[in-house]
Design a protein around this ligand. Structure first.
Ligand SMILES: Cc1cc2nc3c(=O)[nH]c(=O)nc-3n(C[C@H](O)[C@H](O)[C@H](O)COP(=O)(O)OP(=O)(O)OC[C@H]3O[C@@H](n4cnc5c(N)ncnc54)[C@H](O)[C@@H]3O)c2cc1C
Length: 268
């Protein structure tokens, strides 16, 4: 198909274009997912709207109670932000381990969420930090809990005229001491994880979210003093891994159980 390519310069023009073209149009942010899919003939949108010049969607801002990350903020920008490294450590680790430096320089957090992969690295940390997503259209905006945003692999609640504006994370102090992110992949730099785990300790409980083991991210909470059997029961209740080319369902289950056990043992 001969794609129509539109370059928008600001948020208003973006919302107008999305309103006009609706589901015929795909947004192009860093392009690290979309361009690969188009090259592999998995997708051929009639209209492509490039948002790279939309400054309103860029950057990391501190508000009174929240940290706001614009959807067009790159993984490198998140990685280099000292507040994120210090106080939002699972998100720092996720972007630090995402792809290669080139992918991190181009790829954006909005694209990682918009792609809605069950293995998207930024998503498990956002789940355990209770992030919300601000969606916008010509007709208004809405803020949704990230847990309600994904409907399944590649599927979200985004309406045809809507875009992801920003990610809102309630302010917290999720330091290296009490939180983290693990990813197990096939190859190091360029592989999307087979499974991933983000975790945060809150008093006597460890909160976990898991990537790559359910149609969307799954979560569970485990008491620090729970025995191995109870831990296994809780984790297996939360996840529903499947076989695919990157790993078998039993492998995914075993890796998740081992990581959870390790995190629990490391944080008595
Ligand atoms: C070699 C390679 C390695 C990779 N490694 C990893 C990895 O380790 N971990 C990982 O999680 N991912 C990985 N990826 C996938 C990809 O790089 C990330 O998902 C990245 O964050 C996508 O961002 P982008 O800006 O490039 O998205 P794009 O390709 O521009 O867009 C992706 C999707 O999101 C939609 N979208 C983008 N922005 C918005 C918006 N503001 N509003 C609404 N919809 C929007 C697009 O329409 C499209 O459907 C890898 C990709 C490659 C090619």
């Amino acid at each position: 198909m001969n794609n129509i390519f539109i370059n928008v310069n600001n948020l208003n023009d973006l919302l107008t274009a999305k309103n006009e073209y609706g589901k015929k149009a795909k947004i192009l942010a860093g392009g690290t997912d979309l361009v690969v899919r188009m090259k592999n003939k998995m997708m051929d949108p009639e209209v492509i709207i490039s948002i790279r010049k939309v400054d309103e969607l860029k950057g990391i801002h501190s508000k009174k109670n929240d940290l706001i990350i614009g959807s067009l903020t790159t993984h490198s920008e998140i990685e280099e932000n000292s507040s994120i490294k210090k106080n939002y450590y699972p998100l720092f680790q996720a972007v630090y381990s995402l792809g290669s430096p080139q992918i991190r320089n181009l790829g954006t957090i909005g694209g990682n969420i918009g792609n809605a992969s069950p293995s998207g690295d930024t998503i498990p940390p956002l789940y355990i930090m209770d992030a919300k997503i601000k969606l916008m259209s010509k007709n208004g905006e809405r803020i949704v809990d990230i847990k309600n945003f994904f409907k399944g692999p590649g599927k979200t609640i985004l309406k045809d005229d809507e875009i992801i504006h920003s990610i809102i994370i309630p302010k917290g102090r999720w330091t290296k001491k009490i939180s983290g992110f693990y990813k197990v992949g096939k190859r190091n730099a360029l592989a999307i994880g087979v499974v991933s785990v983000a975790w945060i300790i809150k008093e006597d409980t460890i909160r976990f979210s898991f990537g790559g083991v359910s149609p969307t991210i799954s979560t569970t909470e485990i008491k620090k003093n729970a025995n191995k059997k109870k831990v296994e029961k809780e984790v297996l209740k939360a996840i529903s891994p499947i076989d695919d080319i990157r790993g078998s369902k039993n492998y995914r289950r075993d890796v998740i159980l081992n990581i959870v056990e390790k995190i629990k043992n490391d944080n008595p």
